[in-house]
Design a protein around this ligand. Structure first.
Ligand code: SF4
Ligand code: SF4
Ligand code: SF4
Length: 256
């Protein structure tokens, strides 16, 4: 990053709901002091100006069509650091649910007789297209984690998200486990960093931050089954955010 100058940061969106960018705007409203130390030079959701170069590019959304690849590469070429912002960019997100079905079926369902008008393919994480330096997981991102990552960048550090599961944060919060209340939860296999917000409000973790390293999927499925969740529902819970990661695990297992 340039010395003695505020680092230039930019935000870009691909296929997504733009909720993570909204979280950034919300964070800037609650922490306006951030604008004293960074210069936002491009952010379609919040401003009209654009800029050709930036120190840090935050990219939201998944890559869902061939034309996205050139745009992603162009952003990569102009940025010093690229950070994937949110589950769509990090994992393919909810967009990847459709990878469970034939693409042509999905296109026909969504676009009907005009399906040929719309360029699309299987949604992917942006790291499958360009090198990515860091990630802020979640759907949407956690505003405090966004602040931590930006502060780290200002100090020349790239902060990685935790590798331990959501259950750790649940315990630290003193939250009663949903399993003890007769409910189920994907917290044991999901990457922490969200402060276990969903169990804290009585809702199951649905895996939006992606899998922890070496997640034991078979054991998690067994626990869900033992708690009365049928196969279809287990698949449904696992594929809301984790379709691409589970496919990669299956491919890795096939290679061993
Ligand atoms: S990760 Fe969630 S909140 Fe963020 S853009 Fe994707 S769908 Fe929206
Ligand atoms: S509620 Fe979920 S995240 Fe919290 S301890 Fe239980 S299984 Fe883990
Ligand atoms: S508890 Fe699970 S679903 Fe909820 S924000 Fe955290 S990782 Fe995402």
């Amino acid at each position: 990053m340039s010395k003695n100058k505020k680092p230039k940061i930019a935000f870009f969106d691909f296929t997504c709901c733009e909720g993570c960018q909204l979280t950034v705007i919300d964070t800037l409203q609650t922490h306006p002091e951030l604008l004293d130390v960074v210069e936002i030079v491009e952010f379609r959701e919040a401003m009209t100006e654009t800029n050709g170069r930036y120190d840090v590019a935050f990219i939201e959304g998944s890559c869902t069509r061939a034309s996205d690849e050139a745009r992603l590469q162009d952003i990569r070429n102009r940025a010093g650091v690229v950070i994937a912002l949110g589950a769509c960019a990090h994992l393919g997100g909810v967009n990847a649910i459709r990878n469970r079905q034939e693409l042509e079926q999905v296109r026909a369902y969504v676009y009907g007789e005009h399906k040929e008008w719309f360029d699309t393919y299987e949604p992917r994480a942006i790291e499958k297209v360009i090198p990515v330096d860091g990630v802020i997981p979640g759907c949407p991102i956690d505003s405090l984690e966004f602040l931590r990552v930006v502060k780290g960048l200002l100090q020349g550090r790239l902060l990685a998200p935790p590798t331990y599961p959501v259950c750790m944060e649940c315990k630290l919060n003193g939250t009663i486990c949903l399993y003890q209340r007769g409910e189920v939860c994907l917290g044991p296999v999901t990457r922490a960093g969200c402060r276990a917000v969903c169990p804290g409000y009585g809702s199951s973790c649905i895996g939006c931050r992606g899998l922890i390293p070496r997640a034991n999927i078979a054991a998690m499925r067994q626990v869900l089954a033992e708690h009365g969740v049928d196969e279809a529902e287990i698949d449904s819970r696992f594929t809301l955010f984790l379709t691409n990661e589970l496919d990669e695990l299956t491919q890795e297992a096939a290679r061993v």
